[in-house]
Design a protein around this ligand. Structure first.
Ligand code: PLP
Length: 365
């Protein structure tokens, strides 16, 4: 919205922005926000309810401001995943990794500071840059959406940002950046005194090593992660930061007091205790992803190589916007990510994917 009234003292740099958001439409297949399509197993649902009931007895009190028990569990989890040796001091948790990103911008960005990310990528990064008054620089990717580590490193050295973002697997392309390239960018970021923020929201779907393994060597590398995708926990809002303890300490200055509710902490602790159960559907989703890839190619369409639970595809004859609408008219909600010629689809349940392919076939005819 651009025509805000005179009496509303909205900050200049926010006047042309819109709030982030994909359409939330009922009664259609939701293949547009990269959620895990499988509900929590009944056993985990019950344990969460029991735990929440216990916590309800002390809801008159503020929650643990430092979420120590949750962070200890997250440290254990990341150590198990990445083979690292982190403890509570290396972890920060918040209401989704989006809040983590905001915390980092508030602490390390701001006026007179630059942030750099390789686009197309997660659109929330430039949005929070704007909101916090940090200059945003769109870095280069190749035509196949890969990051060229040489030109990317040069861009970091030229621009001297204080924050550099890599999303891997990348959203919306699904492609991943090898750890060897991330390491090269970590060297460049170190030379200009920048934090290298690796957004690993989809790490559990990928076979690449986590950038968290680089932190022992490069204290300015941080990994942001979430329970919204692989953990099937998007409704609870839990994201976390893996970093050197001094990064965590500095970022905490900008957090709101008691930001993470006692209910959230309790539910998340139960979920992490059942990580394997909650992520039990990942292999099935990866198999389904490959079925979608071949289904699309049978139509003469193409999907990019994805290491995540979604696909970016092209090859349809009409525009992205009208093809998106064609899908929606047939009850399938996918994502128009603003890249002409491409659309993004989240891998759903086998039945949902079958429906998606049937609809795609109708549209392709
Ligand atoms: C979905 C997503 C997130 C997750 O955000 P939450 O706030 O944790 O739900 C973060 N980064 C990327 C790239 C994403 O696609």
């Amino acid at each position: 919205m651009n025509n805000w009234p005179e009496w509303l003292p909205l900050r200049e740099n926010l006047r042309s922005l819109s709030p982030y958001g994909a359409p939330q439409i009922g009664d259609v297949l939701q293949l547009n926000t990269n959620e895990n399509p499988f509900p929590l197993p009944a056993e985990v649902q019950e344990k969460i309810v029991t735990r929440v009931q216990e916590v309800a007895a002390s809801l008159n009190r503020y929650p643990d401001r430092d979420a120590v028990r949750l962070r200890a569990k997250l440290a254990q989890y990341i150590n198990y995943r990445a083979g690292t040796k982190f403890s509570v001091e290396n972890i920060w948790a918040a209401n989704g990794s989006n809040e983590i990103l905001q915390t980092l911008f508030l602490a390390f960005g701001g006026a007179q500071r630059k942030s750099l990310g390789f686009t197309p990528s997660y659109s929330v990064h430039p949005l929070i840059a704007n909101v916090t008054g940090t200059t945003w620089i769109a870095g280069f990717r190749e035509d196949d959406f890969a990051i060229n580590s040489k030109t990317a490193a040069e861009q970091i050295l030229d621009e001297k940002p204080s924050l550099v973002f890599i999303t891997t697997p990348n959203n919306p392309s699904g492609t991943s950046t090898p750890i060897s390239d991330i390491e090269k960018l970590a060297v460049a970021a170190g030379e200009v005194g920048a934090l290298l923020i690796v957004d690993e929201a989809y790490a559990e779907f990928s076979a690449e090593e986590s950038a968290a393994t680089l932190i022992v060597k490069f204290p300015h590398v941080v990994s942001t992660r979430t329970m919204s995708k692989a953990f099937a926990f998007a409704g609870v809002r839990v994201g976390y930061l893996v970093a050197h303890p001094l990064v965590i300490d500095a970022a905490q200055v900008t957090r709101l007091p008691y930001h993470l509710s006692a209910l959230t902490q309790a539910a998340a602790e139960v979920a992490i205790d059942h990580a394997e159960l909650l992520q039990g559907g990942i292999d099935l989703l990866l198999g389904e992803r490959e079925k979608l890839v071949s289904g699309l190619s049978a139509l003469g369409w193409r999907a990019l190589d994805s290491s995540a639970n979604f696909l970016l595809f092209s090859g349809f004859s009409a525009t992205s916007a009208s093809t998106w609408q064609e899908f929606l008219n047939r009850g399938v909600l996918i994502r128009d990510v603003g890249l002409e010629g491409y659309l993004r689809v989240t891998v759903g349940t086998p039945a949902e994917n079958q429906r998606f392919l049937t609809v795609a076939q109708e549209i392709a005819q």
